[in-house]
Design a binder for this molecule. Structure first.
Ligand SMILES: Nc1nc2c(ncn2[C@@H]2O[C@H](COP(=O)(O)OP(=O)(O)OP(=O)(O)O)[C@@H](O)[C@H]2O)c(=O)[nH]1
Ligand SMILES: [Mg+2]
Length: 617
C-alpha cells in the first residue's frame, strides 16, 4: 500500500489553504484504509498508531472548520465522478475499504461530507479496537466516549463543520501555527525545575483527549454561555460537555514517542508520489502528567553444579559458581525530563547470569534507571511512597532477586562432593502510579478566557497560546519572572476551571495537582464579565473541593482586562467585596503589570520567611 504525505514544510504553520485541507482529507483516507487493512490482518499495534494519527488530523480539521466562519470557501471543490483518491491511488481499488468508507469518498459529495464521513469512520475504527489496544477497557471507554458526540455535531445541518462563535483560530498567537499537532507546537520545553533558565513553559496542545474535550465543549454553541470577551456566563450544569475522568485520561497516549510510526511507511512504490515519512509525526510528543507502571526486577541467575577436572587430579572437588543478582529498577529525578510521556507501561530488570564451572560467578544484572521529571510523586495503592523533588534524587523501587548458589557453596566437611545448586530468586514486582506535580511558586487560577496565559506572557518569557475561546490552554505552562537581583519566581498557568470542575466539568480539576505545590496563588478574574466576583467564589469553591484549605494559601486577586471600559466600572465593587489585595492590570496592554510583579515578589519573600509554606514542596 502506498501512502503519500505532503512535504513537512507544506504542513507547517501558516495559511490554511484548500490544497492543505484536500491533502489532509486524502491522507485521512489513506489512514482509514491502512487501519482497516491492519485490522483485517490483526496487527493491533499499527492500528493504534494510525488511529492516533488519524485522530489528531480529525481534531485539527475540526478546529479549522470550527474557527473559520468562511469554511465553505476554504473547502476544496467537490470531487468529480472520476476523481482519483489521492497520490496513494487507493480510490475504488481499495479492497479493504468498507462501504461507509466508499460513501465518504463517493463522487459528488461535498468535501465537508468527506471530512465528516472520515470522522465517523475514524470514530468507528477507534471504537472497534480501543478496548484491546489500551491498557484498560475503562480507559478506552472514557476516551472514546465523547467521540461520536463531537462527530455527530459535525454531521448536522448543511454539512459544514460546527462554527465556533468566535474570531479566527489563534490569530493572536503567531508562535503557534494552525497545525496544532505539529512539531512547532509540541517542541521540547525549557522548564527547568531549578528555575535556572528564563523562557520556560510546557508544551502546548499535545493532548488529543483534551482537544477532544475542547471540541466537545465548544460544539453545540447554542447552549454555550461563553463569548469572546465575556468569559464565564454562568450556566453551571449545562453545555460543558460530558465530564471526563481526569485521573486516567492519558495512559492511552503512552506511544506518543518519536520513531513510533516506523511502520507508517509506504510499502509499495505506488503512483510515484513522494514517499518520505511525515516528519511531524515522528517528532510528536505529548504532555503526560501521570502514568501507571509495572516494575519487574530481574531474577537472580542460577548457581552452577560442576566438579573440577584436570588430568591426574581425579577428585577436584565442586567448582560451580554462584549466579549473579538480578538488576533492580530505580527512579531518578532529572531536571531535563519534562513529562512522563517517555515512560513505558512495563519495565523488566535485567536478569543475573548463571554461575559457571571453575568457580565462575554469574554477572549481576545492570540496574535499570528510569528518569522522571522533578516533582514526580510515586504512589502505591493511592498512598504516596516518595516525592522526587530534587535533581538526582533516587528511589529504588524494586530489588533484583538474589543469585542462586553454586555447588561449591555447599562444600563442607560432611559433604565433600555436593551436587546441590540453587536457582536464583525472582525479582520483586510492583505496580506504581507516578504523578507529576509542576513545581512553581505561584499558580494562576482562573476561569477560561480570564487571561491567565496572556498574563504569563506579560510577566515572563513563557509563550503559552492565547486565543479568544475557552480552554485554549490544555497543559500547564511554567514561566519565570526575573528580577534585577537575579531572583527568579516560577509562575504556573494551568488550564481554566469552571464551576463544577470538581465534578469533572470542563477539563476537570486534575490539573490542580500542578498548583498543589505552589506556595501562593494568583486568582485571575476577567473584569469584563458581568459579575466577576462570582467567578472568585466559584474558584475558591473548586479549589477547596480539590484540597480543603487550598484556596486560603497566600494569594492576590488579579483584576484583568482593565483596558475595557466595562472592567473599570467593576473594580471598585470588587475591592469592596473582597479582603485580599486586588491588582488591576491589563495583560493585553501591559497596564499596571509592574505592580503585579512587585507583589509577586512580596509574596515570594514572605514564603521564603516561612509563611504559608505548603506541606509538600
Ligand atoms: N481586552 C483585553 N483582552 C484580554 C486581556 N487579557 C487577555 N485578553 C484576551 O482574552 C482572551 C483569552 O485570553 P487567554 O490568555 O487565552 O485566557 P486564558 O485564561 O489563558 O484562557 P484558557 O487558556 O482558555 O483558560 C484572548 O482573546 C486575549 O486576547 C486584557 O487584558 N484585555
Ligand atoms: Mg490559557
Amino acid at each position: 500500500m502506498s501512502v503519500a504525505f505532503p512535504p513537512a514544510r507544506a504542513r507547517a504553520k501558516g495559511h490554511v489553504t484548500q490544497h492543505a485541507i484536500q491533502t489532509m482529507l486524502d491522507e485521512n483516507n489513506h489512514l482509514i484504509q491502512c487501519i482497516m487493512d491492519y485490522q483485517s490482518k490483526g496487527k493491533s499495534d499499527e492500528c493504534t498508531q494510525y488511529q492516533q494519527i488519524l485522530h489528531r488530523n480529525l481534531v485539527y480539521l475540526a478546529t479549522i472548520a470550527d474557527s473559520n466562519q468562511n469554511m465553505q470557501s476554504l473547502l476544496p471543490a467537490p470531487p468529480t465522478p472520476n476523481m482519483s483518491m489521492g497520490p496513494g491511488g487507493m480510490g475504488q481499488s481499495g479492497g479493504h475499504a468498507p462501504n461507509h468508507l466508499n460513501d465518504a469518498m463517493a463522487p459528488g459529495l461535498p468535501p465537508a461530507s468527506v471530512m465528516q464521513s472520515q470522522m465517523s469512520n475514524a470514530s468507528m475504527t477507534h471504537q472497534q479496537s480501543a478496548a484491546p489496544h489500551y491498557s484498560s477497557a475503562q480507559v478506552g471507554g472514557q476516551y472514546y466516549q465523547g467521540q461520536p458526540a463531537m462527530m455527530g455535531a459535525g454531521a448536522q445541518g448543511n454539512g459544514v463543520m460546527p462554527q465556533r462563535p468566535l474570531g479566527s483560530y489563534r490569530s493572536a498567537q503567531p508562535g503557534h501555527g494552525e497545525y496544532s499537532y505539529q512539531q512547532s507546537s509540541y517542541g521540547e520545553q525549557g522548564y527547568d525545575g531549578s528555575f535556572g533558565d528564563s523562557p520556560q513553559h510546557y508544551y502546548e496542545g499535545g493532548n488529543p483527549q483534551c482537544s477532544q474535550q475542547q471540541a466537545q465543549y465548544q460544539q453545540g454553541s447554542g447552549q454555550q454561555q461563553y463569548s469572546s470577551q465575556q468569559g464565564y456566563g454562568g450556566t453551571p450544569h449545562g453545555g460543558y460537555g460530558a465530564g471526563q475522568a481526569g485521573s486516567s485520561q492519558y495512559p492511552q497516549y503512552q506511544r506518543g514517542q518519536s520513531g513510533q510510526y516506523g511502520s507508517y511507511r509506504p510499502s509499495q512504490g505506488g503512483s510515484g508520489a513522494p514517499t518520505q515519512r511525515p516528519r511531524a509525526y515522528e517528532t510528536t510528543r505529548h504532555f503526560v502528567d501521570h502514568r501507571r507502571v509495572k516494575l519487574q526486577a530481574g531474577s537472580g541467575g542460577k548457581g552452577a553444579s560442576s566438579f573440577h577436572s584436570e588430568p591426574r587430579k581425579e577428585w577436584g572437588g565442586p567448582d560451580g559458581g554462584d549466579g549473579g543478582d538480578g538488576g533492580s529498577i530505580l527512579f531518578r529525578a532529572n531536571k531535563f525530563v519534562k513529562s512522563l510521556a517517555q515512560l513505558l507501561p512495563v519495565y523488566r530488570g535485567e536478569n543475573g547470569q548463571s554461575g559457571g564451572n571453575k568457580n565462575c560467578y554469574g554477572k549481576n544484572g545492570v540496574p535499570t534507571c528510569i528518569s522522571v521529571p522533578l516533582g514526580t510523586v510515586v504512589k502505591e495503592h493511592g498512598e504516596i511512597v516518595v516525592d522526587l523533588a530534587e535533581h538526582g534524587q533516587e528511589y529504588l523501587a524494586v530489588f533484583g532477586g538474589a543469585g542462586g548458589k553454586g555447588n561449591r557453596f555447599f562444600l563442607s566437611n560432611e559433604n565433600r562432593a555436593p551436587m546441590t545448586a540453587t536457582p536464583g530468586a525472582a525479582g520483586q514486582e510492583r505496580v506504581l502510579q507516578l504523578e507529576l506535580r509542576t513545581m512553581a511558586h505561584a499558580g494562576l487560577v482562573g476561569f477560561p478566557n480570564a487571561g491567565k496565559s496572556s498574563l504569563l506572557r506579560a510577566i515572563s518569557n513563557a509563550r503559552p497560546a492565547v486565543a479568544a475561546y475557552p480552554f485554549t490552554t490544555l497543559n500547564p505552562h511554567v514561566g519565570i519572572v526575573n528580577y534585577r537581583d537575579h531572583e527568579q519566581i516560577a509562575v504556573a498557568d494551568i488550564p481554566g476551571l469552571i464551576r463544577g470542575a470538581h465534578l469533572n466539568r470542563g477539563l476537570g480539576i486534575s490539573f490542580l495537582r500542578h498548583i498543589e505545590r505552589c506556595p501562593f496563588l494568583l486568582y485571575v478574574l476577567d473584569l469584563s464579565a458581568p459579575e466577576p466576583w462570582t467567578q472568585l467564589e466559584h474558584l475558591r469553591y473548586e479549589l477547596d473541593q480539590y484540597e480543603p484549605g487550598l484556596s486560603q494559601r497566600p494569594r492576590a486577586i488579579v483584576a484583568n482586562k482593565m483596558d475595557l471600559p466595562e472592567a473599570r466600572e467593576k473594580v471598585e465593587t470588587l475591592k469592596s467585596l473582597v479582603s485580599e489585595r486586588v491588582i488591576p492590570v491589563s495583560a493585553l496592554t501591559g497596564q499596571n503589570v509592574e505592580e503585579l510583579i512587585l507583589h509577586l515578589r512580596e509574596l515570594y519573600d514572605g514564603y521564603l520567611c516561612g509563611e504559608g509554606k505548603p506541606s509538600r514542596w
